[in-house]
Design a protein around this ligand. Structure first.
Ligand SMILES: [Zn+2]
Length: 423
């Protein structure tokens, strides 16, 4: 009936709280934050941080169509173990989520099988074909929280412009997978010294930056609100910073692999280091970190993209793009950003809770009295080794296998119930 999380350090960026406090949960709500609180069940959070359930606005749960990679059930379990209580699923399933019935399908599967909250993003164009707009008003009415053709960009600037106008009219944010496909030309990794050495065809940074520049220009033209997905290059950060300084309604995200790895990770031909956009170079990693520090980058998302071992166990050129990220994200943020002193723990948690929730106006990411009891408890000092074979995700495709991380989730509560609890 009532649970109290005791002796932890509460960080709630939405209310600028960072203090030793107990959290009392009654039913599915947060009753209050205070000292010496009592409940029928107690969780001892000594040495731990207690924060809002983490929010990831970019995941691929592959259902329907690719259930051998991931399902809404397994994806949500991986998310809960990573400390997440809210995720936004991308619509590039088979069939894609491009009509109201498909949005309802995701919502129903989430209700039936997910241990956390799944907020579907819907396609911006029918069949994600980049030609005809979806019925965005209807998508919004049945619960889509954003529109995107993620997985590919919309090639026609005319269609993109119309999508932005219509999405804005419907109160939906457009999530841009920014890629000039005509520049990709079968590329498998970043275009640079390493791709030349390895003899792999490269994807230039301009492929992403041209599309980011186009998107912010169209956001200015239409007045629509846009969000740039998975920013990977220094140039993209610069363009977003430029646009924000001019009042353009743009936000953006990056993913943990873009502030931890360079394309040196590809030199072993490890297909688990193949994603789109690709890992870039040291100057880009530095710019991503700087963007996270100065606010040019608004939030951290995983772009959790599961693939089966059979699909990844092929020559580099033929492997699909994408890596899983939900079970390593918090550990990478703590180890790579907080411990070296680039971000405070408060800043890091904001980038994974309140900031992403605000971008899509989700009822999540904060510890509000009478608000949903979505709470994560983690030990920021606990060390652990990434072991893909133990993932709750159905897939194993991570470039971080064997890496020692600090920051380990002890418990994740969603609507007052344990979505994950460390054994
Ligand atoms: Zn994408």
């Amino acid at each position: 009936m009532s649970v109290v999380i005791k002796n932890g350090h509460v960080i709630d960026p939405a209310s600028n709280t960072s203090a030793p406090l107990d959290v009392l949960i009654i039913g599915d709500r947060i009753a209050r934050l205070g000292t010496d609180l009592r409940g029928s069940e107690e969780i001892d959070a000594t040495g731990c941080i207690v924060c809002p359930g983490l929010v990831d606005i970019h995941v691929h749960f592959r259902e329907p169509g690719f259930e051998s990679k991931e399902t809404i059930a397994t994806g949500s379990q991986a998310a809960a173990r990573g400390g997440f209580t809210s995720v936004v699923t991308m619509p590039n399933t088979e069939p894609p989520i491009d009509n109201g019935g498909m949005v309802e399908f995701v919502n129903r599967r989430a209700r039936e099988t997910a241990c956390i909250k799944v907020w579907p993003a819907a396609a911006a164009t029918k069949g994600r074909a980049g030609a005809e707009m979806t019925e965005m008003a209807e998508l919004k009415a049945v619960g889509a929280v954003a529109v995107t053709d993620d997985g590919s960009d919309i090639a026609s600037s005319w269609v993109l412009r119309r999508c932005l106008e219509y999405a804005d009219m419907c109160g939906l944010t457009y999530l841009g997978h920014c890629e000039d496909a005509s520049l990709v030309q079968g590329g498998a990794m970043n275009a640079g010294l390493n791709s030349t050495k390895l003899g792999l065809s490269g994807m230039p940074k301009a492929m992403e930056e041209i599309a980011v520049a186009r998107l912010v220009r169209l956001a200015k033209l239409t007045g629509a609100k846009v969000h740039v997905c998975h920013v990977s290059s220094a140039g993209s950060v610069e363009i977003v910073r430029w646009a924000k300084a001019r009042g353009i309604r743009v936000t953006c995200e990056t993913a943990p692999h873009y502030f931890t790895l360079t394309d040196d990770a590809v030199t072993t031909f490890d297909t688990n280091a193949k994603m789109n956009p690709p890992l870039r170079e040291a100057e880009d990693v530095a710019a991503i970190k700087e963007g996270l520090q100065d606010g040019a980058i608004d939030c951290i998302a995983t772009d959790h993209a599961p693939h089966t071992p059979t699909e990844k166990d092929v020559e580099f050129d033929y492997a699909p793009f994408g890596i899983v990220g939900l079970e390593t994200s918090l550990g990478l943020v703590v180890t790579e950003l907080v411990e070296p002193g680039l971000l405070t723990m408060e800043q890091a948690i904001r980038l994974m809770t309140w900031a992403p929730a605000q971008i899509l106006d989700l009822p999540a990411g904060k510890l509000a009295q009478d608000g949903p009891a979505d709470v994560t408890v983690f030990d920021p000092h606990a060390e652990w080794t990434v072991a893909p074979e133990a993932f709750l995700s159905r897939s194993r495709n991570t470039p971080f296998a064997g890496r020692v991380l600090r920051g380990r989730v002890k418990a994740t509560l969603c609507d007052g119930r344990f979505a994950y609890r460390e054994a």
